[in-house]
Design a protein around this ligand. Structure first.
Ligand code: CDP
Ligand code: CDP
Length: 235
């Protein structure tokens, strides 16, 4: 059966990974959270006090990093491993969120991550979410989705997710981090967050998770049938 590449890009915490995961499950495709790779690299850089002003230090640090996605038998999710250690939880802290966009803007880091992401998509049958997946990683992807939601909605979604694990967290702190990352991600020199010209916008501010999945799965079905040009591209 024909397999395609589906890219989901957009602003922080609008629900890209949630949709990518569910869409991959429905299509029996591989799901890759590209942001997890930048978060894991950031964790390594912080733990090893890598000087991000020094290109030589960055290159030698990257040469020591090995990233893998492995299925977690307990959760059924795909976790990221850094040098043989499961770091799925360790990369979701505010400390990492506060540094990741600076690290992700570095040329060597982008080169390192993008080449691995492209290799993962060689056989197609993949749903990858991030910031530059439809523009840089897979510019020829068959289905490109650009997700967005209001900053209020995104803040509440991320706050609700973090509050049980980090009881001291505040709404203001979460909002500030999302806005700061959106700004750095969309203004950096290399592969800034941009909507690809051929990406379909999906504003999910008022959509439930099952609703957004049905819309995206409908688009994928149309592509697989070769009919997307005839469907309404707005949602
Ligand atoms: O918090 P959220 O899930 O929205 O972000 P993420 O997908 O985990 O990505 C964390 C950060 O990694 C982003 O804010 C970007 O700085 C960077 N990133 C990127 O530059 N390119 C990607 N393809 C994915 C993430
Ligand atoms: O990957 P990204 O940062 O764009 O967002 P996410 O991690 O997939 O989603 C952030 C939070 O929003 C998760 O807790 C989702 O369960 C929630 N969400 C939601 O409440 N309603 C949606 N329509 C989509 C996501």
């Amino acid at each position: 059966m024909k397999k395609i590449i589906i890219t989901i890009d957009g602003y922080s915490s609008c629900g890209k990974s949630t949709l990518a995961k569910q869409l991959a499950k429905r299509l029996d495709y591989i799901f890759i959270d590209s942001g997890a790779m930048y978060r894991a690299i950031t964790l390594y850089f912080l733990d090893n006090k890598v000087d991000i002003q020094d290109p030589t230090t960055i290159e030698s640090a990257l040469a020591k990093i090995q990233l893998e996605f492995k299925n977690n038998n307990h959760t059924g999710q795909s976790d990221i491993w850094l040098n043989g250690e499961n770091v799925e939880k360790a990369i979701r802290t505010m400390k990492i969120s506060n540094h990741v966009s600076e690290v992700a803007a570095l040329e060597a880091v982008r080169h390192y991550a993008v080449s691995q992401q492209q290799a993962m998509g060689e056989k197609k049958g993949i749903v990858m979410d991030g910031r530059d997946i439809g523009t840089t990683v897979f510019p020829k992807a068959e289905l490109k989705i650009f997700m967005t939601a209001s900053i209020e909605v995104r803040t509440h979604r991320r706050y609700d997710e973090l509050k049980p694990k980090f009881p001291d967290i505040s709404l203001e702190e979460v909002k500030e981090n999302l806005l700061k990352r959106d700004l750095i991600d969309s203004t950096r020199k290399i592969s800034p967050l941009r909507q690809a010209k051929d990406a379909i916008t999906l504003d999910n501010s008022k959509l439930s998770m099952p609703q957004q999945l049905d819309i995206a799965a409908g688009w994928a079905a149309e592509i697989l049938k070769g009919q997307l040009a005839t469907v309404d591209k707005s949602a």
